[in-house]
Write a protein that binds this ligand. Sequence first.
Ligand SMILES: Nc1ncnc2c1ncn2[C@@H]1O[C@H](COP(=O)(O)OP(=O)(O)OP(=O)(O)O)[C@@H](O)[C@H]1O
Ligand SMILES: [Mg+2]
Length: 492
Amino acid sequence: MSIRFRLLLSFASLVIVSVILFVTAAYLLSVAVTGDFRSISSFYRIHYSLHPLSEEEESIFLDLKYLAKHDPILLQDPERLQSYDMKLKLVQAGLVVRRNDQLVYVSPMLGNSLQASELPAYEMNNYSIRNTMNLGSRFYSYAKFDFSFGADTADRGSIYVLRERSPFAEVIRMVLPILIGIFAAALLITSLLLYRYVTRNIIQPLERLKQSAKHIKEGNLTFALKPESDDEIGQLVMTFEQMRLRLHESIQLQLHYENNRKQLLSNISHDLRTPITTIKGYAEGIRDGVTNTQEKLNRYVGAIHTRATDMEKLVDELLYFSKLDLNKEPYSFQQLELVSFLRHTLDEMAIELDQHNVDVAWNCPSPPEQSIFVMADSEKLRRVIVNLVDNSLKYMVREPKTLTIGVKRGPERAEVWIKDNGPGIKPESLPHIFERFYREEESRDQSAPGYGLGLAIAKGIMEGHGGDISIKSSVGEGTTVFLSLQNFTDHR
Ligand SMILES: Nc1ncnc2c1ncn2[C@@H]1O[C@H](COP(=O)(O)OP(=O)(O)OP(=O)(O)O)[C@@H](O)[C@H]1O
Ligand SMILES: [Mg+2]
């Protein structure tokens, strides 16, 4: 059974139960107001068929009517009338007998101010014998019978059996059906509005959630869900939307990884294939006797050796990178004084720096007064610095070539920057610069040797140190690489 149907059912039963309760309450209320317990069972009969008297009253009235028809003279007898009145009094009713314009008998309960003219006019056909009337400020229901005393039709008489009613009860009696109608209509309209509200705020969002779940099941994650309220349903929609986003992101990431993996394989194949083809070419040359002189043979063997060394380097780098990636490369951390370490590393590269005609400028505090200590694996950190300096040497072409090494001691972190005045990196390449095998097109065209692994390895190592690496670069001006490591100076 759907929620919508259940709601409809519950609203319908609410309406029915409320109407029943209301009718019962109104019934009991009217009984309480009239105080007439005996009329409980005939409430509607009494009021709706304009049956103003109870059964006992009615039977007394019929007796009187019988007398009026057959022996009206007896209705002149005060004692007889009194005895009827006594019986009526027992059931809280009263008797009035009229002859022409005179009141022959008036029940004491009606007081003595009643005038014959206050009673309804004679109506000898007795079409309307049961009705209500006001006497003074009091309200009565009555049964009456008009008759003639003897054969003379001009000698008219009336008997009235009256019972006082609460005007409020009468009003209730009159307006009760309307009230019930209005109440039922109001209940129905409220229920319909409530049903619409609930449908709009609960069913429809749930319906949309269901549709969205279906989309997800079918693999479509590109829709967006907007919560339309901040209640529980709104929160559910929001959580669902967050789940969709997360799922979408993770699928995108998976696709990205998958693409990366494919790209990686194709790069490795490409970078291995080129030297293998060359080696094969040279080896075939030797086999076919092309190397007929010692000098030629040396050149061929030398070329084979160079390509094999390149391949070895690529395989080594790849192996190293995948070890870093899989966290299988062990780190042996030790305390290093950063500036001394950098100077030492750069000293080791002095020959290459000279070969490239590069000036090194230092922008750092001088130990031992301003020593900066970090915990690092010196071999790996050295590899990072070498990779970065190597890049600068490789890509700087414009003279004078300057490399600036800066070190700064922050409260938490120690920062190193290596700045060159090379060609710079294009903004669109910057986000990819740390990806393995990524090389800018220009770098490939310039035939600067490399596999696009240097920065990926540097990033892996820095992350292994709990540090960070970032690059700022502008084309034509140069590139600055920033390294940051935790500063251990104060913890020594
Ligand atoms: N200092 C720099 N100046 C200009 N471009 C740079 C610089 N450093 C890196 N790049 C660009 O970033 C790319 C990636 O650098 P990365 O060091 O990862 O690879 P590579 O130097 O090309 O090869 P490998 O380091 O594996 O020998 C380079 O190909 C180059 O395009
Ligand atoms: Mg490099």
